[in-house]
Design a protein around this ligand. Structure first.
Ligand SMILES: [Zn+2]
Length: 360
């Protein structure tokens, strides 16, 4: 049977969509530029004590040298901090790591708890219509942020584990501010669109990626992914002058709730009736750029406040307490330097970290 011209056109469209969907792997984050912008904004807000503590931890991370080699910023500490912000995405292409269900587990290398890529840490995107609907094993962002905060805030926790957790925290604070990392829509057939990953759009305002998924469109709004060093700096200067006031620090639950609200109100373009691919309008695009710019700036400010609270009063390298701590705490902290360093959080440290998790 020969296909009618209309039928042929339709199958061509279907084939073209299939090619597009195959090319578009599910995106997992603001793109690299977005993460570097958030990290640099945070770094600018930090005091020297906090910077020193963070740099000491990053120097203990197995991939520290790689971060140094990735940028040109003459300030090594700032360079490592900014480059570490994309590490959680970079390991997706790194053969030392594996994805459960897709790969055989790889050998655990020194300094890592294991080599799992933890792709489901980057998001938590239940349907906008039903926040309580969670697929088992899917997005863990809302659960992992408090865990990472607790580890970083616990000075008795294993140093290697804290060094491992820091790039994750830098990364996930940013992801929590990306509206489509926190929400999905259901298709008419009741399937999740995975934070807009399954929704194709046409973006006439991009020559680089005019055809992409709605999720990737949002990931790319802060700027093209190759922005580094001076270009990130000038972007950050512009963002900080546009948004000079830090937002309330709030905490992971609040950041995610804000993102979900934005997703529900603003993240999806109105679809033309019957169109397979929604076209981004100028109005939608300008509003989305403004939202994305505000969200990465808020994430940067909040990351700084969080890191100050978690490690700000620590000296740079030993895990010993600051002089101003009460003496009872000093003796407990000092004891933790030795054999107990791996023993996990004490009830008091757990409570303190939990408070940090609630506050930020
Ligand atoms: Zn991510």
């Amino acid at each position: 049977m020969t296909a009618s011209p209309r039928g042929l056109a339709r199958s061509l469209v279907v084939a073209w969509l299939a090619v597009l969907l195959a090319a578009a792997q599910p995106a997992l984050a603001w793109n690299a530029a977005g993460h570097r912008i958030v990290a640099l904004i945070a770094w600018i807000q930090l005091d020297e004590t906090t910077r020193a503590s963070l740099s000491a931890l990053l120097r203990e991370h197995p991939d520290f040298e790689h971060w140094l080699a990735s940028g040109n910023d003459p300030d090594e500490d700032r360079r490592a901090f900014v480059e570490a912000s994309t590490w959680a995405d970079d390991i997706r292409k790194d053969s030392r790591f594996y994805t459960t269900g897709l790969d055989q587990p790889t050998a655990t290398q020194p300094g890592f708890p294991d080599m799992e890529r933890r792709a489901n840490w980057h998001y938590v995107d239940p349907p906008l219509a039903d926040a309580s609907h969670r697929v088992p094993g899917a997005g863990q962002l809302d659960r992992q942020l408090p865990e990472l905060i607790a580890i970083l805030g616990n000075r008795r926790a294993d140093r290697a584990l804290r060094a491992y957790s820091l790039p994750w925290l830098i990364h996930l604070v940013a992801d929590a501010h990306q509206p489509l990392h926190t929400a999905s829509r259901l298709t008419p057939g009741g399937e999740s669109d995975s934070g807009g990953n399954a929704m194709m759009i046409h973006n006439p305002f991009s020559t680089r990626q005019p055809s992409t998924s709605l999720h990737r469109y949002w990931d790319d709004l802060p700027g093209p992914p190759w922005l580094r060093d001076r270009q990130i700096e000038s972007t950050v200067t512009a963002l900080l002058s546009r948004h000079p006031q830090p937002p309330t620090p709030a905490g992971p639950a609040q950041w995610i709730a804000e993102s979900r609200q934005i997703a529900g109100q603003f993240a999806y373009p109105d679809e033309e009736l019957g169109a397979a691919v929604a076209t981004i309008s100028r109005e939608f695009h300008e509003r989305s750029v403004a939202i994305a710019n505000r969200r990465v700036t808020e994430a940067g400010y909040r990351l700084a406040e969080l890191l100050k609270a978690l490690v700000g009063d620590l000296p740079s390298s030993s895990g010993r307490p600051a002089r101003s701590r009460p003496s009872t705490e000093v003796s407990r902290e000092t004891a933790a330097d030795g054999a107990r360093a791996n023993a996990g959080p004490s009830p008091a440290a757990g409570q303190r970290a939990r408070r940090s998790a609630d506050a930020y």
